[in-house]
Ligand binder design. Structure first.
Ligand SMILES: Cc1ncc(C[n+]2csc(CCOP(=O)(O)OP(=O)(O)O)c2C)c(N)n1
Length: 377
C-alpha cells in the first residue's frame, strides 16, 4: 500500500494527462492536431446509447451474481468509453480478440448480452459463435489472446486481405488486454511477431490502473504506450474515459493496419470503478479518494453534457434510452433465470470441429453412465 502512495502513476507512469483527449470531463470539445474528428449528432447519440445500455448490462449482471444467479462477473464500470469508442471504429470485416471484460465490445458486435450471462452462469461453455460476430471467445488466461490475434492477423496477410486498397476487404485485427497482462511473456512475444511481420493488429490496452490488487506503477517504470517504440511500432495514449478520443485514435490505428502499415499499441488510460470481479473487495487495497476522483471523469456524463449543450438531444431522447435500458434489464433478469442447465455431454461436442472415434466412444460411455441413474429414485 505505501509503495502505491509514494509512487503514483504521476511519477512512474509519466504525466497521465499527456494523452489524446477530444472531450474533457466537463463535456467541452477540445482539438488535437493529429486526431481531428467531426462527429455527427447521430454518432454522439449512438455513443451515449451504447454506453448507457452497456452500463446497464453490467449493473444487472453484478446484481444477478449477488442473487446467486451467476458464478462470477467481471465488471466494466468506468471503462465504457474505452470499449465503445474502440468497437464503433471497427469495420464489419475486422476481427476482435477480447479478454473477459469486453462486454461493451460484445454489445457493439451484436452478441446477445444473455450469452455473456450464460458464460458467467456456467450454462454454456463458449456461448457465441466467433465467426458470426467477428468477435472471439472470452479469454481468461491473461494475454494469451494477443498471440491468437497476431497469428490471425498474419493469416489475414497471407489471405491477401491487407493493403489491397479495397475498404470493404482490407482487414484489421484487435487484441484487447489489460495493464496487468502487459507483463505477460505472451504479450511481449506477440509484440515481437507483430512488428517483425508488420501484422495488421491493433493492441488495445485498457490501463484501468489495477491488475486485481497490483497497481500499474509496480508493473511498469515507464508509461505503457512507450513500450511500443522498443518493439518498433507506434504507441499512443488516449483518455480512455473519452469516447470521442478513443474512437478517433482507434480509427486511425485500424486504418493503418488495414493499409499494411503494421501494428499500433493504444493505451486507453482509464479506471476500474468496480471490483476486479465479484470475488474481489477493492477496499482492501485502494483508497476511496481515488475512486471519488475518477467519478468526476465519468465517461457517460461528459457525452450527456455535450449532447444537451449543443441541442443534439432533448429530455425525450434521454428518457427513451432510459426506458430501453429498463427493458434490457428486465430481459436479462428474466432471461438469465430461464437459461437451461447445460447437458453434461455438451463438453464432448466442443473439443474438435470433427468428432474423433475415441472421443465419440468416451461420450457414449459417459452417456450410458448418466443413463444408469435414470429412474433411480
Ligand atoms: C496467465 C494468467 N496468470 C494469472 C491469471 C490470474 N489473473 C486473472 S485476472 C488477473 C489480473 C489481470 O489484470 P489486467 O490485465 O490489468 O486486466 P483487468 O482484469 O484489470 O481488466 C490475473 C493476474 C490469469 N488469469 N492468467
Amino acid at each position: 500500500m505505501s509503495q502505491h502512495l509514494e509512487t503514483g502513476p504521476e511519477t512512474l507512469g509519466g504525466d497521465p494527462t499527456d494523452y489524446v483527449q477530444l472531450l474533457t470531463p466537463e463535456g467541452v470539445r477540445v482539438e488535437h492536431p493529429d486526431y481531428s474528428l467531426d462527429p455527427s449528432p447521430e454518432l454522439l447519440r449512438c455513443f451515449y446509447r451504447d454506453m448507457t445500455l452497456t452500463r446497464r448490462i453490467d449493473v444487472e449482471a453484478t446484481a444477478l451474481q449477488r442473487h446467486g444467479e451467476l458464478g462470477i462477473w467481471a465488471q466494466l464500470l468506468g471503462q465504457e468509453a474505452a470499449q465503445i469508442g474502440a468497437a464503433r471504429a471497427l469495420a464489419p470485416q475486422d476481427f476482435v480478440f477480447p479478454t473477459y471484460r469486453e462486454h461493451g465490445v460484445a454489445w457493439v458486435r451484436g452478441v446477445d448480452p444473455l450469452k455473456l450471462l450464460g458464460l458467467f452462469r456456467g450454462s454454456d461453455q463458449g456461448s457465441w459463435d466467433p465467426a458470426e460476430h467477428n468477435f472471439g471467445l472470452y479469454t481468461i488466461v491473461i494475454g494469451a489472446q494477443t498471440l491468437h490475434a497476431t497469428g490471425y492477423a498474419m493469416g489475414m496477410q497471407r489471405d491477401g486481405v491487407v493493403g489491397t486498397g479495397d475498404p470493404q476487404r482490407d482487414t484489421a485485427v484487435v487484441a484487447h488486454f489489460g495493464d496487468g497482462a502487459s507483463s505477460q511473456g505472451d504479450v511481449n512475444e506477440a509484440f515481437v511477431f507483430a512488428a517483425s511481420y508488420q501484422a495488421p493488429v491493433v493492441f488495445f490496452c485498457q490501463n484501468n490502473q489495477w491488475a486485481i490488487s497490483e497497481p500499474i506503477e509496480r508493473q511498469s517504470r515507464i508509461p505503457l504506450y512507450h513500450r511500443a517504440e522498443g518493439f518498433g511500432f507506434p504507441g499512443v495514449r488516449v483518455d480512455g474515459n473519452d469516447v470521442l478520443a478513443t474512437y478517433a485514435v482507434m480509427k486511425q490505428a485500424l486504418q493503418r493496419a488495414r493499409e499494411g502499415g503494421g501494428p499500433t499499441l493504444i493505451e486507453a488510460y482509464t479506471y476500474r470503478m468496480g471490483a476486479h470481479t465479484t470475488t474481489d473487495d477493492p477496499t482492501r487495497y485502494r483508497l476511496d479518494d481515488d475512486v471519488q476522483r475518477w467519478k468526476l471523469k465519468d465517461p457517460i456524463a461528459r457525452v450527456e453534457v455535450l449532447l444537451r449543450r449543443n441541442g443534439y438531444a432533448d429530455d425525450e431522447f434521454f428518457a427513451r434510452v432510459q426506458q430501453e435500458a429498463d427493458g434490457l434489464g428486465a430481459h436479462l433478469r428474466e432471461g438469465c433465470r430461464a437459461l437451461p442447465d447445460p447437458s453434461p455431454l455438451a463438453g464432448f461436442d466442443r473439443v474438435y470441429a470433427e468428432q474423433t472415434e475415441e472421443l465419440a466412444a468416451q461420450r457414449d460411455e459417459y452417456a450410458g453412465y448418466l443413463a444408469s441413474f435414470e429412474g433411480a429414485n
